[in-house]
Ligand binder design. Structure first.
Ligand code: PMP
Length: 361
């Protein structure tokens, strides 16, 4: 993590340096307990304080109303693709899904194993270069929820306005834009996010669920992954991923010290606008995503001369600009600009792009 290196990985992605340093300082003796976080019993007061603080800080960042529960679950966001139907719907249930790209397709494929899925709209006919217009969505009046992917990590698209689902609870995969901007939480029934982008530790998933949607999960649902069971046991039905929760807590603290989600949103907007404006003004680089739907987290673009892509990625790496290759399913280039990416990092990337274009243009 040399200070001259900028990591543009899509996830796991860059962490705040202050957080890494604090975790390092505390590794052998966490909060003067005499124990490493790795050694703490999860039922003890020391870890309870850490988990309670993390939960309080997250609630405060999101201004979470009391009728929303927060769960720290193991398994990654893909695990939730299967758990959503089993926790939210009856076995003969139905759900709407909006297909906006790679990650919504994964969510759809998994949900189909359990319930009847209506794909209410798809961006496929536009090559996933924009979000399907809300006017043409065909919602199932009997759907128990409507699932969206608020930010498509591989395709570089994001919702900048929330769709009206006519009273059907909105369920959002926010893995790649969670905590990147303020949220109107009351618009959602369930929000879930794998932690490895803006929160940090891979394998931890945050699930935020509105109280009235809690029901007994299907008998086939593992008890440890039942929202109801975990909420009823205060997220201590079994050993939680305690080091990941500790690290997430450090990130929540860091976010509060940086001015919270409004400050993050302003900075994320500046970073992405600087990069998109440079790309749009250039003949050498291009982004074909519709301007109104572009992601502020994952800037997907390509070279006018695609045969230079590998050379671009390699030369950037030599300059300390890491992991700029696009998602393998999409190709091209991608710069992920999560909360912990500094404006100096974006400036360094643009400077490199200018030099590369001048040399090859
Ligand atoms: N949803 C989105 C939007 C993602 O970006 C990812 C991971 N890149 C996932 C789901 C899957 O997350 P995990 O690997 O934690 O299962």
């Amino acid at each position: 993590h040399a200070s001259s290196v900028y990591n543009f990985a899509a996830g796991p992605g860059v962490m705040p340096r202050e957080v890494l340093l604090e975790a390092q300082r505390e590794l052998l003796d966490c909060r003067r307990s005499g124990m490493s976080i790795l050694e703490m019993p999860f039922t003890g007061a020391e870890f309870q304080n850490i988990a309670d603080q993390a939960r309080r800080d997250l609630r405060e960042l999101l201004e979470l109303p009391p009728h929303y529960h927060v769960l720290f679950l193991p398994g990654g966001a893909s695990t939730q693709f299967s758990l959503l139907p089993m926790n939210l719907l009856p076995p003969d249930g139905r759900a709407d899904y909006v297909d906006t790209g790679h990650w919504s397709r994964k969510a759809i494929a998994e949900a189909r194993r359990y319930v009847s899925v209506n794909v209410a709209a798809s961006g496929a006919q536009h090559g996933y270069s924009r979000l399907p217009c809300r006017r043409y969505w065909q919602l199932d009046p009997q759907a128990g929820y409507c699932h969206i992917t608020s930010n498509e990590t591989a395709d570089g698209l994001a919702y900048h306005r929330l769709p009206d689902t006519r009273g059907v609870p909105l369920v959002a995969d926010m893995t790649s834009d969670f905590l990147s901007r303020p949220l109107d939480v009351e618009r959602f029934g369930v929000i879930y996010a794998g932690a490895q982008k803006n929160v940090g530790p891979a394998g931890l998933t945050l699930v935020i669920i509105r109280d009235d949607l809690l029901q007994t999960a299907w008998p086939a649902c593992p008890a440890a992954l039942s929202y109801r069971v975990q909420i009823d046991s205060d997220n201590r039905f079994n050993t939680p991923p305690i080091q990941a929760i500790y690290l997430a807590g450090l990130v929540f603290r860091w976010l509060r010290s940086q001015g919270g989600l409004k400050a993050m949103a302003a900075r994320n907007r500046r970073k992405s606008e600087a990069l998109y404006s440079y790309i749009d003004a250039s003949d050498f680089y291009a982004c074909d995503r519709q301007v109104a739907d572009r992601s502020r987290m994952n800037v997907c673009f390509h070279l006018a001369v695609p045969t230079l892509t590998a050379e671009f990625v390699e030369q950037a790496r030599c300059q300390g600009l890491l992991n700029l290759q696009g998602h393998p399913a999409v190709g091209g280039l991608r710069a992920s600009l999560y909360n912990a990416m500094s404006e100096a990092g974006v400036d360094a990337l643009i400077a490199f792009m200018e030099t590369f274009a001048a040399r090859h243009g």
